[in-house]
Structures are given as C-alpha cells and as structure tokens.
Design a protein around this ligand. Structure first.
Ligand code: HEM
Length: 355
C-alpha cells in the first residue's frame, strides 16, 4: 500500500486556508474496503455510495441527497417525528446509569435511541415496536460494520490481496449483508404503503426518481454514521449536565419556560432553547466524537506560504483546536456553555465545528 505523508493542521486560520482550497471534489481516503465490497456487487450497488466515493461519483451522490436533507422545512417537519424516540430514551435514562455512579455507562438504551432516530427519519419505523432480537442484531451488525471499516483502514491491509483472510473484511462483508437485507426489505415495504410517513424516502423515490439502490446504500450509510456519533455525544452531554447542578437548574428553568410537559417539541421551541443548544455545542467542543476531518490532497496547494504537494494526507486537528485557550476558550477544560452566547467574538469557531 502506498504510504502517504501526513500534515496536521492545528491553527484554525490554516484550516480555513486549507478548506477554502478544497475544491469541488474534496478527497477522503477512507472506506476503501467498503468501496471494494460494493463495487464487487454491481447487482446491488451502482457505486460505493457517499462515504466511499470521491470526485464525480461522490458529487453525484452528494447532489442527489443534500438538497432535501439540508432543507430547513424538512428538518423542522422531522423534529416532531423524533419526539417519540426522544421520550422513550428519557423514560429509560435510569437504565443507562452505571451502578452506584452518576455517569452514563450502559449504552444499550442510547444506541437504541440513536438507531431509532435514523430508522424513524428514513424508514418511518418505530424501533420500540421492533422485536428485541432484531434491534440487538441491527446494533451489533452496525458495530461490526464500523469495526470492519476502521480495521481495514487502520489495522490490516490483508484485504487488499487476500480479502478472505482478513478478519476485518470478513466482519464488514457479513454485517453489510445483514444491513442490506434489512434496509432493502423495509424500502420495498414502504413503497407499497399508500400513506407512508417516510417523507425523505418517498420524495427521493417518487419525486426525485432516484435509483432504489442508491437510496438503500445511503440509508445503510446513515445508520452507520448516526450510531456512535450521536450516542457518544448524547452520553457526554448527559454526563456534563448531571455533574453541573447550576447548569441543570438553568436548563430546567429554560425548558419550563418554553415547553410544557404535554407539548411536542417543534422548531419553534428549539429556536428558543438557547442554553440547551449551547450545552450541546460545549459538549461537542470538549468531547468531539471525531478528532478532526481528513483529506488527501489531489493537487498542489499553499498554506502559510508552504507548498503542499498532491497525495498528502491533511488532518484538521479540531479536537486540539477546541481546547486552545488563545482562541477565546477561557478555562478550556471546563464545561462552560455560556461561552457560546458570545461566540461571535471569535470568528474561527463556526468554521471548524460546523463546516
Ligand atoms: C454528533 C454527530 C455527528 C458528527 C459529529 C458527525 C461528523 C461528521 C464528519 C466530521 C463528517 C465528515 C465530513 C467531511 O469529510 O467533510 C461527516 C460526514 C457525514 N455524516 Fe456525520 N456526523 C454526525 C452525525 C451524523 C448523522 C446522525 C448522520 C445521518 C443520519 C450523519 C451522516 C453523515 C453523512 C451522510 C456524511 C457524508 C457527507 C458527505 O460525504 O458529503 N452524520 N459527519
């Protein structure tokens, strides 16, 4: 396998300079084994899908899905849908706590919530009405797919020449088969229902006329993308809130002011829950689930007067940047959501967290 030099960027100004030159097709060197897996099965997949592909194939996928996903109206319409899943997690919070400790330790309920959110959004399925065995299998196979993806990228090259001898590739193969079977059956079923509430799905299939195989691969990818990211973020958020009584009290006050117990949460409420939003941002600053963003350069570019040639892996070190005191992060290791009330004082903050 070709070795690449790695350039780490620790200064947000350099990250900005880099991102601005990233071009129409940002190139990620990741998910290469999944790409092989999908390209080996042309009867099921048109290509590797959004995560695996680069350049025009990535652009094709991105173009198909991003408009509806980024539409504020669609996001707003989906907030109420997720309320049911969120309430189920709230009811189970006690089961998530570690014995005799005030911290989140048991992840099963949180994984179920994360899986449930994606299933609700894209397949209009209520995870709490599925059989326990099926839910356990889906969560396990998603873990396996993620472990297989990381393993083939970071731990073993064997799959390149001898896929059958690479345990990580085997894991990926086996788990992707299960996920494909589940998602494709569900998509078929939703298609035949006259009044499906799976709005994204019906828009993609019946208004945008996307290929069913693309939609299936996209939903599999979002199930993978949404499991660990949102679970660990929510667990960290809950831990911070649990440990900070003053913040907990002020959140409770804010929520009582804007949201009555019987009401379903809507976009209108979220706009007003400013402290809650700041707690989430502060959690993502202190405990980002991804250390940064990676790219492989495809052409020469310049950062801080240094020329960076093609084929260099560039990693933006968001996690390090987010603990940097000189960027207005006073007391950077402390959970201080109120710092986000004044975020405009630091122009770089929005660039790396929300880009
Ligand atoms: C705390 C939660 C999450 C974090 C921190 C996060 C972070 C990221 C990051 C850093 C990337 C790479 C962006 C890049 O290479 O430029 C990414 C890509 C992506 N994520 Fe997430 N993610 C989260 C949750 C989710 C969820 C819940 C879904 C789907 C339901 C999702 C779907 C995707 C997709 C489809 C991409 C590929 C986008 C593209 O290539 O255009 N993510 N995410």
């Amino acid at each position: 396998m070709k070795n690449h030099s790695i350039l780490h960027l620790f200064d947000p100004k350099d990250v900005e300079t880099f991102v601005r030159q990233d071009g129409k097709y940002p190139f990620r060197r990741s998910h290469r084994a999944s790409l092989k897996y999908r390209l080996d099965r042309p009867e099921l997949y048109l290509d590797g899908g959004l995560f695996c592909e680069n350049e025009p194939s990535w652009y094709r996928q991105r173009n198909q899905f991003h408009q509806r996903l980024l539409s504020i109206q669609q996001v707003a319409a989906n907030i109420e849908k997720l309320d049911e899943v969120n309430h189920a997690l709230i009811d189970q919070i006690d089961n998530c706590l570690e014995k005799n400790r005030n911290t989140i330790g048991n992840f099963q309920a949180i994984y179920m919530w994360a899986l449930g959110s994606t299933l609700k959004l894209f397949l209009d399925l209520n995870v709490y009405k599925l059989e326990d065995e099926l839910v356990r299998t889906l969560i396990q196979e998603l873990h396996n797919s993620l472990t297989g993806t990381d393993g083939t990228e970071i731990k073993s090259n064997k799959w390149l020449k001898q896929p059958s001898k690479c345990p990580y590739y085997g894991m990926l193969e086996q788990s992707q088969e299960v996920l494909y079977r589940f998602v494709s059956e569900q998509v078929e079923q939703r298609k035949t229902e006259s009044a499906s509430n799976a709005l994204y799905l019906s828009d993609w299939l019946f208004k945008d006329h996307l290929k069913q195989s693309d939609v299936i691969s996209f939903i599999i990818d979002t199930l993978m993308a949404g499991l660990h990211t949102t679970s660990y973020t929510v667990a960290n958020l809950l831990n911070h809130i649990a440990n900070e009584k003053a913040i907990r009290d002020s959140l409770q006050k804010e929520i009582q002011e804007f949201l009555s117990v019987q009401e379903s949460i809507t976009k209108h409420h979220i706009d007003k829950l400013r402290s809650l939003r700041s707690c989430l941002k502060e959690t993502m600053r202190l405990n980002p689930v991804l250390i940064g963003t990676g790219r492989l350069t495809t052409e020469k570019l310049v950062v801080r007067n240094y020329e960076i040639t093609a084929n260099i892996i560039v990693i933006t070190q968001n996690q390090v940047i987010s603990l940097n005191e000189t960027l207005n992060f006073y007391e950077p290791n402390k959970f201080k959501p109120e710092r986000w009330f004044h975020y405009r004082t630091c122009p770089h903050l929005t660039i790396w967290i929300w880009s």
